[in-house]
Design a protein around this ligand. Structure first.
Ligand SMILES: *[C@@H]1O[C@H](CO)[C@@H](O)[C@H](O)[C@H]1NC(C)=O
Ligand SMILES: *[C@@H]1O[C@H](CO)[C@@H](O)[C@H](O)[C@H]1NC(C)=O
Length: 392
């Protein structure tokens, strides 16, 4: 998937040797000089590529967890079949996907190896330079989000592990180089969905819904999210993709329990449409305060709505029924070995009651790379990669 770029040389020019021509000597040495430059450029470029593309760090929830929860005492896990059915190994890995997840597809696009879960014992030595994934399924912006999942890594714990990672990286490559690697890394932060579905809207009446109206709750979430992003900046993050919340009212889990005829649940849709614009505004404010476009808002709502409202145009047979699940819209309960399972995952927008299929994620990643500034604010990832390749 990574695009190859290479310098296309001019076809070799055969010159006949005319020894008495004084210009010949000049021209030959110029040719040698140019070849030398080309060689230097080529060596430099290939060293850069061999050193590994950009380091990548991932924080957040199940949309980006690549297996940390496998190592934790929690019920929020994707470590049994049919999860991973389309992964290269065809085995579950802890990713909440039939195959690759969002961080995997971003890694592929930027030419990096996939980031390992931070808790994986394989993440040692030079592999630390690839980056690390700290995400944990079930968490949210707030500490009380996902309390029912028990032993998951909340944001303050993901950051504590990020600090521990930086200590280990320093031991491997030295403090100065470690700092450069962290500052030069791409970071993905995916957070917020669970603060709605696994907190405010978890039960008909919740502690948070007694405490806040929906607009008040959104403002509260944003003020807490701002602290989280500032903390990430303090810890060295300098280029951070921040995904807004997807269309939570349209996921099969919500259709199954709250939708009359399969239409998206209005209350949830309204809530995230209050939250997302506040997030974009907060990111704008943060960037202007920092004097740099550190944070980039990803309009995941719109990216998902594209294939949800027009599944056939994207080659899906449905965006309402999960591939793996049971009950109405296959949206009830968990995806397990006992669930209904669709034969071809590529024709379903949703893999399980909450998570898009690998193929749907591919459309999201395409937008992250080349979306216009209304869905990638202030710029898309191909622009970021081009700008940053001149900086680091
Ligand atoms: C979450 O808990 C940690 C550790 O107790 C605390 O430092 C942090 O402020 C809490 N965050 C929120 C939003 O309450
Ligand atoms: C996004 O990426 C594409 C390249 O894929 C570029 O042509 C386009 O101008 C970019 N858009 C913005 C708004 O940055």
């Amino acid at each position: 998937m990574a695009r190859e770029s290479y310098i296309r040389g001019a076809p070799p020019v055969l010159e006949c040797t005319i020894t008495h021509n004084p210009f010949k000597i000049m021209s030959t040495s110029r040719t040698i000089f140019i070849i030398l430059i080309l060689t230097v450029v080529t060596v430099f470029t290939s060293t850069k590529t061999a050193e590994g593309a950009r380091t990548f760090f991932v924080f957040g929830d199940s949309l980006v967890d690549s297996g940390n929860n496998n190592y934790l005492p929690t019920t929020a896990r994707a470590d049994s079949p049919p999860y991973g059915i389309d992964y290269p190994t065809h085995r579950p890995t802890g990713r909440f996907s039939n195959g690759f997840n969002l961080p995997d597809l971003i890694s592929q696009h930027i030419g990096s190896e996939p980031t390992l879960p931070y808790l994986s014992p394989q993440l040692t030595g030079q592999r630390l330079l690839i980056g690390a994934n700290f995400a944990s399924a079930g968490i949210g912006i707030l500490n009380d989000t996902g309390f029912q999942f028990v032993g998951i890594l909340r944001m303050f714990q993901q950051f504590a592990l990020f600090q521990q990672y930086q200590g280990r990286l320093s031991a491997e490559v030295g403090a100065a180089q470690a700092q450069r690697v962290v500052n030069g890394a791409l970071v993905l932060m995916t957070l917020g969905g669970n603060d709605f579905v696994n907190n405010y809207f978890l039960t008909p009446v919740s502690a948070r819904s007694r405490q806040f109206t929906i607009p008040q709750y959104c403002r509260y979430l944003i003020s807490e999210y701002r602290k989280i992003l500032m903390r990430l900046y303090e810890l060295g993050g300098r280029r951070v993709l921040v995904t807004g919340t997807g269309p939570l009212g349209c996921v099969p889990a919500q259709l199954a329990t709250r939708s009359r005829n399969g239409e998206c649940v209005a209350e949830l849709q309204r809530a995230v449409q209050i939250f997302n614009p506040l997030l974009v505004q907060m990111i704008r404010d943060l960037n202007s305060q920092l004097g740099s476009d550190v944070f980039v808002a990803v309009n995941a709502f719109q990216m998902n709505m594209n294939f949800i409202t027009n599944p056939q145009r994207f080659g899906f047979v449905t965006s309402k029924i999960a591939c793996c699940g049971q009950g109405r819209f296959n949206g009830i309960g968990l995806c397990t070995v006992a669930s209904n399972l669709c034969p071809n995952r590529d024709t379903y927008a949703f893999w399980d009651p909450y998570h898009p299929s690998e193929r749907a994620l591919g459309f999201i990643v395409r937008d992250i790379f080349s979306g216009t500034s209304d869905i990638m604010t202030p710029m898309n990832l191909s622009t970021i990669m081009a700008i940053d390749s001149n900086l680091y």
